[in-house]
Design a protein around this ligand. Structure first.
Ligand SMILES: Nc1ncnc2c1ncn2[C@@H]1O[C@H](COP(=O)(O)OP(=O)(O)OP(=O)(O)O)[C@@H](O)[C@H]1O
Length: 413
């Protein structure tokens, strides 16, 4: 495996839901191993056991980043713990080359009663660095973490963001060959997140292989060359960002109730800017109960930016009941000089709306071009009909969109 830094082959890991039984299984497995009889492997599940990881395979090469996305409990952290050697697989093989930097659980690896400075020494020496090597990196670690004022305070007094800053800074300054990052970056503020992304890209250029777990598929798409979508412990072959986004979008939508029954939304993003409300209004500024295909409609979002932001991008995705994106209205060209701070409104007008009858929903997305600030999936549902009466034209009520093109009829020579 010349350039391959991480190789995972047919790995499975099971857990037991019942603590007492889990302890009993653990003891009997241990005893079995001592006499050369091993339960597990592909052996079946015992009572209350389930596969947290099932037959997962992938490779990550030098300088590559693999993103992992999936619902809560899909098995992402378990996979990272297997890669980091914290737990053993029940079946399959895990190979990881070189020095591994890991940011798995928030605050894990820190001794809470020791200061940030003391924890830097402990963490780095565990990874095999001498005192002299750590001395030479200390200033850079503290500098990057931006917590110099607190570096001699006990880590238990740190906020979650400060834990992440210190953990990330230690990990990247130890020249890891492989870096495992579990959702930790979501805790940092937007500016620090961006600084981390830039550093991840720089380290990738220097050959570090990354595995990044995130609930933000757009973050994953911008950072990672390939993506694994985990679902109930399984992971179909890794694919590129676009395919993975579609797969993840399908999984999210499948878990939502049918349109028109109950409104369920789904949020992700740093939250520095948030959509506060979203509505569809007609040409008179009224919110109609039902929209007509020939009506002018305007999608209006009220937003709130917690700090001065520029270079923003907004997108409204209008999706049909079968979860296909029908219209993607993208405002990429918000000029750099347009500053957003505090409460504002963003709107997109469709004149006429041209959707055929049925239920639709709108996803609203805001980013600064690099980091997703807010994604509000299924922010609003609305229904379109064709007006009853003489104007009604069933032949134009097929498909999802009535396109206003024009026909030409030319004679053939
Ligand atoms: N030590 C354990 N004992 C029993 N079950 C466990 C253990 N660790 C994890 N699990 C279970 O394994 C499944 C996968 O958990 P895991 O933490 O890997 O999910 P995840 O995808 O990282 O979720 P999240 O996005 O919420 O962090 C979950 O059902 C979890 O409850």
């Amino acid at each position: 495996m010349t350039d391959t830094m991480i190789k995972v082959e047919g790995v499975s890991k099971k857990f037991c839901r019942n603590l007492k039984r889990s302890l009993w299984y653990g003891m009997s497995d241990l005893a079995g191993e001592l006499v050369g009889r091993r339960h597990g492997g592909d052996g079946g599940l015992r009572r209350d056991e389930f596969w947290a990881i099932k037959d997962v395979s992938f490779e990550v090469k030098r300088g590559e980043a693999l993103g992992l996305i999936g619902h809560n409990g899909a098995g992402k952290t378990t996979l990272l713990r297997l890669l980091n050697g914290l737990i053993k697989p029940d079946a399959g093989r895990v190979e990881v080359r070189g020095r591994v930097g890991a940011l798995i659980a928030l605050g894990a690896g820190f001794n809470p009663i020791l200061s940030g400075r003391e924890n830097i020494y402990i963490n780095a020496s565990v990874l095999g660095l001498s005192k002299r090597e750590i001395d030479s990196k200390l200033d850079a670690i503290i500098d990057f973490s931006e917590i110099e004022d607190f570096i001699d305070a006990p880590v238990q007094s740190y906020s979650s963001g400060m834990h992440v800053r210190l953990g990330f800074s230690i990990a990247i300054h130890l020249s890891p060959d492989v870096m495992l990052v579990d959702e930790a970056l979501a805790v940092g503020d937007a500016r620090f997140q961006k600084k981390c992304f830039d550093r991840i890209q720089k380290l990738q250029g220097q050959g570090t292989a990354f595995i990044v777990v995130s609930h933000n598929p757009y973050q994953i798409e911008s950072l990672c060359q390939k993506v694994g979508v985990m679902h109930k412990g399984c992971m179909p072959p890794v694919c590129d960002g676009k395919q993975a986004l579609n797969l993840y979008h399908d999984l999210v939508q499948q878990s939502l109730p049918p349109l028109g029954r109950s409104k369920t939304d789904y949020r992700e993003g740093t939250g520095v800017l948030r959509f506060e409300s979203l509505r569809v209004v007609d040409a008179n500024g009224q919110e109609p109960n039902v929209v007509n295909t020939s009506d002018t409609i305007c999608i209006v979002a009220d937003i709130n930016a917690e700090q001065r932001l520029s270079g923003l991008r907004f997108r409204f995705e209008i999706c049909s009941a079968n979860n296909a994106i029908v219209i993607m209205a993208t405002a990429n060209g918000v000029s750099e000089s347009q500053i957003f701070e505090g409460k504002r409104s963003v709107s997109f007008t469709m004149s006429p709306c041209q959707l055929t009858s049925g239920w639709y929903y709108i996803n609203a997305v805001a980013s600064d071009g690099k980091v997703r600030l807010d994604t509000w999936q299924r922010a609003l549902e609305f229904r379109v009909t064709q007006r009853d009466g003489p104007g009604r034209n069933l032949s134009t009520d097929q498909g999802v969109f009535v396109c206003n093109g024009h026909w030409d009829f030319m004679s053939c020579i």
